[in-house]
Design a protein around this ligand. Structure first.
Ligand code: 5GP
Ligand code: MG
Length: 175
């Protein structure tokens, strides 16, 4: 970013950590001994996934898929592109999709449909944040960290035009 962004903290790093502790406890309870595959949606979920799996601390696999709906702007185009495909076969496996934010829901609904066709043993969604006010398709979030208002958030992996992912807190980017 060329000019100084105006940021307001929405979730502090301590709040995020407490939220991930709670999510990890729920996922541990449900998946311990099942060797699940956690699918991290790049790029926004990479920090969340890294923190989550270290708290899970049991046998699991991680894979990555990169989808794009936003391009460079802040509005969803509604068209989902697969930028990087999944490598792991998921048939018969317990799959948990890990997402940074469910906004319109279009991106994750696309991925869940795609995965369901590959016949996993089970398929659930874990999202760090949810912006339900913007939803366009119905999505069930099985493990949710935080509900956020209709604002544009950055930090903790979430970007604005590829910048600001490094912020340790989740902040509102104010115009
Ligand atoms: P959806 O398809 O649900 O509208 O959102 C797709 C993706 O858009 C999210 O996974 C996320 O990468 C991005 N996105 C949606 N809302 C926000 C936001 O408030 N901040 C940032 N940085 N990205 C967002
Ligand atoms: Mg995302």
């Amino acid at each position: 970013m060329s000019s100084q962004p105006k940021l307001r903290i929405l979730l502090t790093r301590a709040e995020i950590e407490a939220g991930i502790d709670k999510l990890a406890a729920e996922i541990r309870r449900d998946y311990l001994g099942k060797n699940p595959i956690l699918i991290c949606i790049l790029k926004g979920s990479f920090i969340f996934t890294a923190d989550l799996i270290r708290r899970l601390n049991f046998p699991l696999e991680v894979d990555f898929v990169q989808l794009s709906s936003y391009g460079g702007s802040r509005e969803s185009s509604g068209k989902i592109k697969v930028v990087q495909r999944l490598r792991s076969p998921v048939e018969g496996r317990h799959v948990v999709v890990v997402d940074d934010i469910v906004d319109t829901g279009l991106t994750v609904a696309f991925l869940l449909d795609y995965l369901r066709k590959k016949k996993p043993a089970s398929l659930r969604l874990c999202a760090l944040t949810d912006k339900p006010s913007r939803r366009q398709v119905s999505v069930t979030i099985d493990y949710l960290g935080f509900t956020v208002p209709d604002v544009f958030i950055v930090g903790y992996g979430l970007d604005c035009d590829e910048d600001l992912r490094y912020l340790p807190d989740i902040c509102v980017l104010e115009d």
